[in-house]
Design a protein around this ligand. Structure first.
Ligand code: PLP
Length: 359
């Protein structure tokens, strides 16, 4: 058997490593920010019914423009959005990849503010877009000054703003997004993967779309919506942006099954989001109890918490795993990240961590 180095792979991909959060089967999996609550049975039944109907016409290609799904997503997002302003793909990762394909590429530059979502660099590499990591302020906050200075310094074609930021949980104010938009002639992507977990009066960057044709807001059904396995991400932007993405998407990229399942889930959106309030409570409980353990959690507007003060993250990660609790070592010194699970899972994490720290 050959290995990767024996192949005539593109120069820019040599030595790169793929996305690799461990997929381990453990009783308490709190490592990739999924919604760990199962989906309600009535929704499950409705999905099955719609999938069954699709089987009968599966010899045909699906609606390439997924019109019904775009209508449903527009309705879900509100803000008077219409079908023409909505796009979707197999996860928001694919949406972001399409954006990089259309607006990035050889000779072009994407700018992110790390530590941030690891896929930004991986998708940049895959599309031969140069990726620049501009860093953040104290405690991973991002100020107007820091963001604008990085844009002046690097003149990026694409700016990737993760709001709230993964893996740190840090909220991002609309003020920063507006300043970034004004400071660039490139496109600005606001990744709102965790938007539904934000406090109720937190405005979405969707409110900034009007009159800003280079602004794009991506969302996903993978997190709050408890639909990670179905692979549905989406985007709100000017209709011209959607036209740009049509140039690079593969025909019929959203399968008939994906469209049907997403439509069924969206028709029950309130039910699908019913665990969000409890997840927020568990997140705040994690922060409070970690402080009691003399650890250093960062503020979080999402369904996960990054915490510092861990002397040996690798050892603590391993010991938690041996007790059946999987969290994430995101590679930031002295920290681990944990997803807020159900009340029982969260209790198990906190109790096990207390034991581990006692040594
Ligand atoms: C999980 C996540 C995504 C979503 O990925 P999908 O491809 O939609 O499952 C996007 N951005 C961030 C920051 C995430 O954490």
């Amino acid at each position: 058997m050959a290995n990767l180095d024996d192949l005539p792979i593109r120069e820019s991909l040599k030595g790169r490593v793929p996305y690799g959060a461990p997929q381990l089967h453990v009783p308490v999996a709190l490592n990739v920010n999924e919604n760990t609550h199962g989906i309600p049975e009535v929704v499950a039944m409705d999905i099955i019914t719609r999938l069954a109907a699709e089987v009968l016409t599966i010899n045909r290609y699906p609606d390439r423009e997924f019109v019904e799904l775009r209508d449903a997503l527009a309705k879900y997002l509100g803000h008077d959005l219409s079908r023409e302003q909505i796009w979707a793909a197999n996860g928001s990762n694919e949406v972001i990849q399409q954006i990089l394909q259309a607006f990035g590429g050889p000779g072009r530059k994407a700018l992110g503010f790390g530590p941030t979502y690891s896929m930004y660099r991986i998708i940049s590499d895959g599309t031969d877009t140069e990726y620049v990591d501009a860093g953040r302020d104290e405690r991973y906050e991002l100020s107007v000054e820091t963001a604008v200075a990085a844009i002046k310094q690097h003149s990026p074609d694409i700016i990737l703003l993760c709001s709230p930021n993964n893996p740190t949980g840090t909220p991002l104010s609309l003020e920063v997004i507006e300043a970034v938009y004004s400071a660039t002639s490139g496109v600005v992507v606001v990744d709102e993967a965790y938007a539904e977990f934000a406090y109720p009066d937190t405005p979405s960057a969707i409110t900034l779309l009007e009159g800003r044709e280079r602004l794009m807001v991506s969302r996903t059904m993978s997190k709050a919506f408890a639909f990670a396995g179905a692979r549905v991400g989406y985007l709100a932007a000017d209709p011209a942006v959607i036209d740009a993405l049509r140039l690079v998407r593969l025909p019929y990229h959203l399968s008939a099954f994906t469209q049907a399942a997403a439509l069924a889930a969206l028709s029950h959106s309130e039910l699908m989001l019913s665990a969000v309030a409890d997840i927020r409570v568990q997140r705040d409980r994690i922060i409070a109890e970690l402080i009691e353990m003399h650890l250093d959690p960062y503020r979080s507007d999402s369904n996960f918490v990054l915490f510092g003060g861990v002397d040996s993250p690798k050892d603590v990660w391993q010991q938690l795993l041996e007790s059946g609790v999987l969290v994430r070592d995101v590679g930031i010194d002295g920290t681990l990240r944990v997803t807020a699970g159900t009340e029982a899972e969260t209790t198990q994490f906190l109790d096990t961590l207390r034991e581990v720290l006692k040594g």
